[in-house]
Design a protein around this ligand. Structure first.
Ligand code: ADP
Ligand code: MG
Ligand code: ZN
Length: 482
């Protein structure tokens, strides 16, 4: 799980790079010492070498262990934040143990616990940072990448696991070895028929802290100001079933006013023994939620990868949400642009989706899952091939007639070159590769099939959106064995 909205996570650098270039920084040494201290049993087995990932909910370390046969092996140690809910931790572990270790899904070697400190031990997979490689991948590389991601998704979806945080930092990729591994079940949820028992239990646990309306306000980043946004996306709830019963509001709870849903009065509170929060569906944030500050907002994943039904808070979310995220990854791979949607909140993310998939189409899809979106401007649906090829530099910007939003993302160097010689004009905005290079990488011959798959992954309607097993049967992969 990651806290992308606040962007706190330091992006993972290649460990090899990090170690050879500079010494391990002091604060990393301190963190390693702390880990040995809270989990002393680790020191008997591991030599912790470096920190390789840090998010709001975990810190991941690289460690070496001597095996019984005398060989040395590398492991990733994921130290979960001590305040994680025990069922949450156990569910993450169960996903890894039941579904992991095969089909491009990370497995688990061991788990350590002392009091509230938990470390999940996994085989270490050396990998590249997506942003470093996205521009250098050939069309064939991209085809393999998405194929292997779909394989991992088919596998976990078979178990009734919804990952809910599909994005490149959770799908590790080793370019040289063509290895791929899905990690991070820290946000996973179960389908109603899930085979992961603890995901069933989680349904009761997770609902409590996920404050629907408090989310942005708790963060202090209420960035949707009507009149300043290009599109005013107002989400109006139309379904009553979404109201989750809460405990009676206690007068002891000091409240702070937050933006209330526009057409909604606070519902009369009902009693639910499972839940301890007092403010859900009201226009207040209770002390309990305020003290959850760190956990509430980021638990929901990363706006830029979230499906329209997630962004509009549709209550029935299934495995289709992961397929949408896979579509956003494919969009990055085909356009060479990452992150593709840079959204700090859900409304901005929804607006960006409308810019590409069309506002009328988005509204229609939202209607099918009981949401209405109000949008002040009509945004046409874009042709995905033209969009990706223009961003990649295979097409001239002048021919594409992309909306102004995209003009802003043009590389300044490219804009300058436009004024110059026509030969230089068609350079990639992202990687500044020449047409010859792009041809060598197979980009001029990318078949329509890949854009057809992209279209089916980025289906605004979760009911018709392609599933992982269907996607693997797509004509794009006819020469590959699933
Ligand atoms: P978080 O919940 O904090 O996002 P993740 O499980 O996604 O935790 O791990 C964070 C980062 O640590 C990953 O993006 C990856 O770079 C690195 N990482 C996690 N597991 C492994 C592993 N088994 N091998 C190598 N690197 C890993
Ligand atoms: Mg992660
Ligand atoms: Zn609350």
């Amino acid at each position: 799980m990651e806290a992308a909205p606040t962007g706190q996570r330091s992006s993972h650098q290649s460990v090899e790079k990090g170690r050879s270039r500079h010494k391990i920084p002091r604060d990393v040494e301190t963190d390693i010492a702390y880990l040995y201290e809270v989990l002393p049993q680790l020191s008997r087995i591991f030599r912790i070498i470096d920190k390789i990932g840090e998010g709001t909910f975990s810190t991941v370390y690289l460690a070496e262990a001597q095996m019984t046969d005398g060989s040395r092996r590398m492991f990733a140690l994921k130290h979960l934040i001590p305040t994680s809910h025990p069922v949450r931790i156990a569910a993450e572990l169960q996903c890894l143990t039941v579904a992991g270790g095969t089909e491009n899904v990370m497995g688990v070697t061991y788990c350590f616990r002392k009091e509230h400190h938990v470390v999940i031990v996994m085989p270490y997979m050396e990998h590249q940072t997506f942003v470093d490689i996205v521009g250098s991948l050939s069309f064939e590389d991209v085809k393999h990448y998405i194929f292997h991601l779909l394989k991992a998704l088919r596998h976990i979806h078979k178990f009734g696991i919804i990952h809910r945080d599909i994005k490149p930092t959770n799908f590790l990729f080793n370019q040289q070895r063509r290895e791929y591994t899905l990690v991070d079940f820290g946000l996973a949820q179960g389908t109603p028929d899930t085979q992961i028992e603890l995901l069933k239990e989680l349904l009761g646990v997770d609902k409590a802290p996920r404050s629907v309306f408090g989310e942005k306000n708790i963060n202090g980043t209420n960035s949707h100001k009507p009149g300043t946004d290009k599109v005013e996306g107002l989400l109006l709830k139309t379904k009553r079933e979404e109201v989750i019963p809460r405990k009676i509001v206690s007068s002891k709870h000091r409240s702070v006013p937050v933006r209330a849903p526009l057409n909604q009065k606070p519902k009369p509170p009902a009693v639910s023994p499972m839940l301890t929060c007092n403010c859900f569906m009201t226009d207040r944030v209770c002390n309990i939620c305020l003290s959850r500050k760190q956990q509430v907002a980021p638990r929901a994943g990363t706006p830029g990868f979230r499906a329209p039904e997630v962004l509009t808070k549709c209550p029935n979310q299934g495995t289709a949400i992961d397929m949408w995220s896979a579509g956003v990854i494919l969009l990055s791979l085909l356009s060479g642009r990452y992150p593709f949607f840079k959204a700090s909140d859900d409304l901005i993310a929804l607006t960006q989706i409308m810019t590409i998939r069309g506002s009328r189409e988005t509204k229609e899809a939202a209607k099918t899952f009981g949401k209405s979106i109000v949008c002040s401007r009509d945004l046409p649906r874009l042709d995905l091939r033209i969009l990706c090829e223009t961003l990649r530099g295979l097409r001239s910007w002048d021919d594409a007639s992309l909306p102004a939003e995209f003009q802003a993302s043009r590389n300044p160097a490219e804009v300058k070159q436009d004024a110059g010689s026509p030969a230089k004009k068609r350079m990639s905005s992202g990687s500044l590769r020449s047409i010859a290079e792009l041809q060598e990488m197979g980009w001029d011959k990318a078949p329509d099939d890949v854009y057809d798959l992209l279209d089916k992954l980025l289906d605004l309607n979760p009911v018709t959106r392609i599933t992982a097993s269907k996607a693997l049967q797509h004509p794009l992969f006819k020469d590959m064995t699933t």
